[in-house]
Ligand binder design. Structure first.
Ligand SMILES: NC(=O)c1ccc[n+]([C@@H]2O[C@H](COP(=O)([O-])OP(=O)(O)OC[C@H]3O[C@@H](n4cnc5c(N)ncnc54)[C@H](O)[C@@H]3O)[C@@H](O)[C@H]2O)c1
Length: 461
């Protein structure tokens, strides 16, 4: 396959269109522009397009200096004018693939994007779908729309699927050096896709079909989701057994083979891991097969915010406080450490559950300054704004819940000042000698933890 790609390299595209300039599309646009392609970004959002054309990055991993340099050199620009798709030799599609209200795949963005491409499709164009989706989307959903033009795939135009594996906030594995899986609708399609991406990525992993590439991505994320569920189940088991889950996991991780470390936490978050496996289970349901491991893992992960609520309730109870009327500070709302994305974050569920129990909730997150009304969260009384982690804020909180272990927080100071800490990430074990209620610790340990500060007496009203 690679030999075939090398022959076709001569026909390399010179203008690449990137449809959707979000967390995935913008880094891809940048990397392709750095590789020497002229890149034209398309987005339905005029704000996003304006920002890109001003060289201002709205994506954490994309430095504005680099973006503005590429914009300044004329290698990268953005537009809302989709008729300009005709200028592109190749088009990478990076639009959202969310779930709808009943947790079924919502391919409306992919369909709209494909309709835009079909409107100006011309011979020689290569289309690569990057959005995470179920096996069959490229061939069964995109292709029929493109073939309505009368052009023939594999002859007149080419279609591939190449999943984006970006890990936001990861300083080592970035767009260029993360191996890129790619599969074509036909062999010629794959050859064209490989020829294009060979210049952009250090390592390509060609597979035999678009479906294999689609399934690779959802399998990877399902693997993570199921292993996180296993760690969360272990935390709940340890809670009952009186064994320290963090010690068990650290000890297991010393095994040099056959084990991969996953840690428990407040639940699943982000735009990918909680959603993508449902794409696979939906597809399998249409084939009369039930993906039982996905269903069970989802159930366990979805229980975690309730488990955390129980821990807050227990901690407050230890010092004679009811959750109703207590001041709870949620520390970190992003779905993972040091990122600014709180889509699907368990923090939102935890805030909601606390509010339902009538706690007075504040949050601190240096990466997420506010939660707005249009952020599609189930929260009432929006907007909410991040509070500074001042002495006063820490002192007025009856309980601090660490939901996201951002590295910007001084956990030693937190241990010194906060009255009660419920730690869902095990971070206080490292920073403050374990002086907090840590999920997955035994009942006895939790009790000693709940009386760790004399000032706790003050908290009893
Ligand atoms: N965020 C991640 O870490 C990540 C990682 C791997 C894969 N993915 C997958 O990549 C895809 C994109 O995710 P994202 O996080 O970049 O989403 P995003 O919401 O950050 O960005 C999507 C962009 O597409 C634009 N858009 C919507 N409809 C459009 C259309 N018809 N034409 C042009 N632009 C349109 C939106 O305005 C937005 O700017 C999803 O399928 C996601 O599952 C995301």
């Amino acid at each position: 396959m690679m030999e075939m790609a090398t022959r076709d390299q001569k026909k390399q595209a010179s203008t690449l269109g990137v449809l959707g300039l979000g967390y995935v599309g913008l880094p891809l646009a940048l990397e392709t522009a750095k590789s020497g392609y002229r890149v034209l970004g398309f987005d339905v959002s005029p704000q996003v397009v304006d920002l890109v054309n001003r060289g201002e990055s709205h994506v954490q991993d994309v430095p504005s200096e680099l973006l503005s340099a590429l914009v300044g050199e004329g290698l990268l620009s953005a537009t809302t004018d989709f008729s300009r798709l005709a200028e592109c030799d190749a088009i990478s599609v990076c639009v959202p693939t969310p779930l709808n209200k009943i947790k079924d795949p919502d391919l409306s963005f992919v369909v709209t994007a494909t309709n835009s491409i079909a409107a100006t499709l011309r011979p020689g164009q290569l289309i690569i779908l990057e959005s995470t989706t179920f096996p069959g989307t490229t061939r069964e959903v995109m292709l029929p729309i493109l073939e309505e033009t009368g052009l023939q795939v594999g002859e007149d135009f080419f279609v591939c699927f190449s999943p984006e594996r970006v890990d936001p906030g990861n300083p080592i594995w970035q767009t260029r050096n993360t191996p890129k899986v790619i599969g074509g609708v036909t062999e010629k399609c794959l050859a064209q896709g490989v020829a294009l991406y060979e210049r952009v990525f250090d390592t390509l992993v060609p597979v035999g079909s678009a479906e294999a590439a689609e399934l690779t991505k959802v399998y990877e994320n399902t693997f993570r989701m199921i292993n996180i569920a296993l760690a969360n189940e272990l935390a709940q088991a340890c809670d009952r057994l009186g064994v320290d889950v963090w010690e068990v996991i650290d000890a297991a991780a010393t095994k040099p083979f056959g084990f991969m470390k996953f840690t428990p936490g407040p639940g699943l978050g982000g735009h990918c891991i909680p959603l993508d496996p449902h794409y696979l289970s939906w597809k399998l349901r249409t084939l009369s097969y039930k993906t039982r491991m996905i269903e069970l893992a989802s159930e366990i992960n979805a229980e975690m915010p309730g488990f955390v609520l129980g821990k807050v309730q227990d901690a407050l109870n230890e010092v004679g406080l009811a959750i109703n009327g207590s001041k709870v500070l949620v520390l970190g709302i992003a779905y993972k450490r040091d990122v600014d994305d709180f889509r699907e974050s368990p923090a939102i569920d935890i805030i909601r559950l606390l509010q339902e129990k009538r706690a007075e909730v504040e949050y601190h997150d240096p990466f997420c300054p506010s939660i707005e009304d249009d952020d599609h969260t189930p929260l009432a009384n929006l907007p909410m704004h991040s509070v500074d982690l001042s002495q006063e804020v820490l002192e007025r909180a009856d309980c601090v819940v660490i939901v996201t272990d951002h590295t910007t927080v001084d956990y030693d100071r937190l241990a010194d000042v906060a009255r009660l800490v419920v730690d869902t990430r095990g971070v206080m074990r490292r920073h403050a000698g374990g002086r907090a209620t840590v999920i997955g610790l035994s009942g006895a340990e939790q009790e000693s933890v709940a009386t760790w500060r004399p000032r706790l007496q003050i908290a009893v009203r």
